[in-house]
Design a protein around this ligand. Structure first.
Ligand SMILES: [Zn+2]
Length: 346
């Protein structure tokens, strides 16, 4: 099978005058990469969601581990980047909504499968619109800095850097008419024994860091650099597996690691976010914390539309919205988030 035929694209268009503009894109000039920031909704869930909203937001395509779903025709505009932001104009001479395709990676299911479809789809779009993977793909994070972090917010925790993503798209793009090679098969046939230790700097170290990260022993950067952090991650792995803790990666460690199970607990069902242990309330100076952003996102999700800016500050709007949320949920409307409000929100 040729790579260009590896996946099929499903088209099921929404019919909602807010999310679907029915205004035409004259000329697709670039592609915006997004992720949904939602642990439980797959592509079909997003189709249903955007078919029912009453505000202006959308993206063309949602990709999960099972399907590539276009919910808005690619010759129509979608609302996936804020018009006020100047970066798209600086880079490409126009607003993203008016001349770019927005593609969302879903978090549900198997990352590897979803990611492969995501990469393939970007290669497909580059061919379709005559675009260059190195120059015409941009992250939402770059277009809306400080407010949006996608899709790196989902790629990086899964061990994929932005550059690796672009290179993966390039590989599919370059081999579009070539044969599909199953990556797992390929790795098996090329399996070799190697030794890595502190001071090494090469691609194999990056593979090791990715593996350690996946297993839950490493939370540093994937930088191909075997430094102290990588060394202590290897030691922790060796300790956990009852191996000699020499901090270097040789055949024995490699053999054990091949069949090792993740230290992290498997996520099953809706994710519960533990209460961070402090009260959120309106104060001066305002509390600034990632957890405030979580609360703000949860308030927006609960309301079904944007009621507060997600800026990580516990300001008056956020406090008022917390109060309204509490009233709607029969909680004491004290506009503070303690353990009870937190556990209701999450
Ligand atoms: Zn986005």
């Amino acid at each position: 099978m040729a790579i260009k035929n590896k996946y099929k694209i499903e088209r099921k268009y929404i019919n909602n005058s807010y999310a679907r503009s029915r205004e035409f894109i004259d000329d697709v000039r670039f592609l915006v990469a997004h992720e949904t920031d939602n642990d439980t909704a797959d592509a079909d869930d997003h189709y249903r969601y955007f078919n029912g909203i009453n505000f202006y937001a959308s993206a063309h395509t949602f990709i999960d581990d099972d399907k590539i779903l276009e919910i808005i025709p690619l010759n129509e505009k979608a609302w996936h980047v804020n018009y006020d932001k100047p970066k798209d104009n600086q880079l490409y001479g126009d607003d993203a909504n008016d001349c770019a395709i927005g593609t969302e990676l879903c978090r549900t299911g198997n990352f590897k499968k979803s990611y492969d479809r995501y990469v393939w789809y970007f290669a497909y779009l580059c061919h379709k619109f005559g675009l260059n993977p190195q120059h015409n793909i941009v992250s939402h994070k770059v277009l809306d800095p400080g407010r949006r972090f996608d899709p790196q917010s989902w790629l990086e925790p899964n061990g994929v850097s932005w550059n690796e993503f672009i290179n993966d798209v390039q590989r599919y793009y370059d081999n579009w008419n070539g044969k599909v090679v199953d990556r797992d098969e390929q790795v098996k046939s090329e399996e070799i024994v190697w030794y890595l230790s502190r001071g090494d700097h090469n691609r194999l170290v990056g593979d090791l860091q990715r593996k350690l990260k996946k297993l839950g022993y490493y939370d540093g950067k994937i930088d191909n650099n075997f430094g102290p952090k990588t060394e202590s991650a290897v030691k922790a792995f060796q300790k956990h597996e009852g191996l000699i803790q020499d901090g270097s990666y040789g055949p024995k460690t490699q053999a054990v690691m091949k069949n090792a199970k993740s230290k992290k607990k498997n996520k099953i069902g809706p994710s519960v976010i533990p209460y961070p242990g402090y009260h959120f309330e309106l104060r001066s100076p305002q509390m600034h914390d990632d957890n405030v952003g979580r609360i703000q996102r949860a308030l927006n999700n609960a309301a079904g539309h944007k009621v507060v800016e997600v800026d990580n500050y516990y300001g008056p709007n956020t406090a008022n919205e917390v109060g309204e949320y509490q009233e709607r949920h029969d909680l004491e409307p004290d506009k503070m988030v303690g353990p009870i409000t937190w556990s209701t929100l999450f």
